[in-house]
Write a protein that binds this ligand. Structure first.
Ligand code: ATP
Ligand code: MG
Length: 581
């Protein structure tokens, strides 16, 4: 419940004011039956119109004052609960932004969305409800009991019996509903995930004609959500009437016993009426308390889920040090790494290599050999199991993470574009970049030609995720974005895979002419891309099987020679790619 303490501190005064209003409102409610008893027993019984009018006016005034308090606390409750919700959403969002890769692997995005929306609204509703009724119900309940006891001690024994029974019902219903409410929230997660996955793979679903399966999958998760919600509501459905029944039974008993007492002249009519009134108030407040408890139980499940996000592991910060400016020297020393969420088998094994500033390195290897993993390690998304990665001679673990990532420009394997113009998408890599720099980067990435053919050139709008572009066009924009960043180390993770050989060669040459000091790492499965690099690292299953120039590897590395022969063949020897370096 730490989050509540944290945010309440901020709204302390509004909260205290609202609670005070609730308190006074409850007092106003509590006074009514006693005044009514006086009206009946003194005014009506003795036919004193003056007393009836005087006490009636007092009752009216108290009601009006109570209404003013009620209105104030309602306004304050809305303000505090909504501000609380907004703050919490903001904090959860910033935490998600700063997620470590380990946390991101752990909580699915569908679940994050439920936590940001549904779970937080649950918490907001709870706070609102709490400020409106949670404090009123106990005050009314306790006050009614005290005033009822003052009215008639004899009748109160029935009251205590009823309260004891209802308290038992409340405890049992809370126990039963907690597990069910937690399940409901997880079922909402599943519905979100299914919808999200469908939307992401909408074209694939169409191409494979798997509508029916997707529909069934959704139907299953949707029905599951409905069933779990019904099951959680069942608890309330059974217990609410049971409580009302008990209390109404109590009222009937009081009427019966009250009539006997009245017959014996032990009690006045007005007092019996007031007693029943208090009993009704106790009933109302107990039902309110049960509702609040139900919301509380549901909110407890939500709070834990939100807390899980807030307490999740934050991205590494590294230390305060910043790396030397403008160098792009990278070295791996005996690096071994296994994904924390994986099977524990290392994906990179005892890897060592070094490239100097201005050199180009190609990393080649079959799919799943750990090439992209290597990139994530350079960016310090994960900690190593063993070994050290050096950037400009400094252990990257000792470098401030933001400063480290400033030194590296990445065009990832899966191009990510955002809704907005082409210009926005390229400038995303470096918001300070001038239009000239953006156009220059687009030219080097061979994107300028197709951009010029678009209806509004650089101002053309992209659909969500760049749906209106081809795979190769997206890759080129993604390369241009990495280029405008002007970082000393440029990493292109297999992002020329969708380009034809000629365009790809143009990109490669462009990169060389753009900045000779830039260190470039090109990850690829094509030998035609790799062969022109200064150094080539051949990876197989996370193990370095070759490192050197094209010629050296042809002579010394069988795996490399095997790839070369299978892709280019003995005779052609790169003729098709003879565009040179
Ligand atoms: P490709 O050429 O297909 O892009 P790759 O060489 O880039 O392949 P990686 O993406 O580095 O391969 O993956 C290497 C291995 O690591 C794979 O076996 C993959 O299953 C595993 N892996 C990748 N990402 C994760 C992750 N987030 N959690 C656990 N295992 C992962
Ligand atoms: Mg990869």
């Amino acid at each position: 419940m730490g989050i509540y303490k944290h945010y309440f501190h901020k709204y302390k005064w509004l909260f205290i004011t609202a609670v005070s209003c609730v308190f006074f409102e409850a007092i106003c409610d509590l006074l009514q039956p006693t005044i009514m008893a006086h009206i009946i027993d003194e005014g009506v019984k003795n036919s004193q119109v003056g007393t009836v009018l005087k006490l009636g006016l007092l009752m009216l005034t108290i009601t009006a004052v109570g209404a003013c308090f009620a209105a104030t606390r309602s306004v304050l409750a809305s303000k505090v609960s909504q501000s609380f919700g907004a703050d919490l959403r903001y904090d959860v969002f910033t935490r998600i932004i700063n997620f470590s890769e380990i946390s991101a692997d752990k909580i699915e995005s569908g679940s994050l969305i439920t936590r940001m929306t549904n779970d937080i609204s649950q918490i907001t509703q709870f706070i609102n409800g709490m400020m409106r009724i949670f404090f009123k119900a106990p005050v009314t309940c306790l006050g009614s009991i005290i005033l009822a006891v003052v009215l008639s001690l004899q009748l109160s024994s029935i009251l205590f019996l009823v309260i004891a029974l209802v308290a038992i019902f409340i405890v049992i219903s809370m126990r039963l509903s907690y597990i069910r409410f937690a399940k409901v929230q997880y079922a909402i997660d599943k519905v979100n995930t299914v919808v999200q996955e469908y939307l992401m793979g909408i074209r694939l679903v169409k191409a494979f004609g798997r509508y029916k399966d997707e529909e069934e999958k959704f139907d299953r998760t949707n029905s599951d959500l409905a069933n779990k919600t019904v099951s959680s509501q069942m608890v309330i459905a059974y217990f609410s009437p049971l409580m009302s029944l008990t209390i109404n039974f109590g009222i009937a008993l009081i009427l019966y016993v009250g009539s006997i007492f009245f017959g014996r002249g032990d009690i006045e009519v007005g007092k019996v009426a007031a007693f029943i009134n208090y009993m009704a108030q106790i009933l109302a407040s107990l039902i309110m308390i049960t509702n609040v408890f139900n919301t509380f139980v549901r909110t407890k499940a939500s709070t834990e889920r939100v807390n899980e996000v807030l307490n999740s592991e934050e991205d590494f910060k590294g230390s305060e040090q910043t790396p030397g400016q403008g160098l792009g020297e990278l070295a791996f020393e005996d690096v071994t790494f296994a994904y924390p969420s994986g099977s524990g088998i290392p994906i990179i094994k005892n890897l060592s290599f070094k490239i100097k500033q201005g050199e180009s390195l190609a990393i080649i290897g079959p799919t799943g050999s750990g090439k992209s993993t290597l990139v994530w390690l350079c960016l310090h998304f994960y900690d190593l199991e063993k070994g050290t990665i050096y950037l400009n001679g400094m252990d990257i673990k000792t470098i401030d993470c933001n400063a480290l990532r400033d030194q590296i420009a990445l065009a990832p394997q899966k191009s990510m574009l955002f809704t907005g113009t082409i210009l926005d998408n390229i400038a995303w890599g470096n918001p300070q970049a001038s239009k000239e720099e953006i156009i220059k980067a687009a030219r080097v990435a061979q994107a300028d030609d197709f951009i010029q053919l678009m209806p509004s050139q650089y101002e053309s709008n992209l659909g969500q995720g760049g749906v209106n572009l081809s795979g190769g066009q997206k890759q080129r924009l993604s390369i241009a974005r990495a280029l405008v960043k002007q970082a000393p180390l440029l990493i292109l993770d297999d992002c020329t895979s969708a380009l034809d050989a000629v365009t790809e060669a143009k990109v490669r040459r462009g990169l060389r002419t753009m900045d000779a000091d830039k260190t470039v790492i090109m990850i690829t499965q094509r030998i035609g891309t790799a062969m022109f690099a200064d150094k080539i690292l051949v990876l197989d299953n996370g193990v370095k099987v070759g490192f050197g120039s094209h010629q050296e590897l042809l002579e010394s590395c069988n795996t490399y020679k095997g790839i070369f022969d299978s892709q280019i063949g003995g005779d052609m020897k790169g003729v098709a790619y003879g565009t040179g370096n």
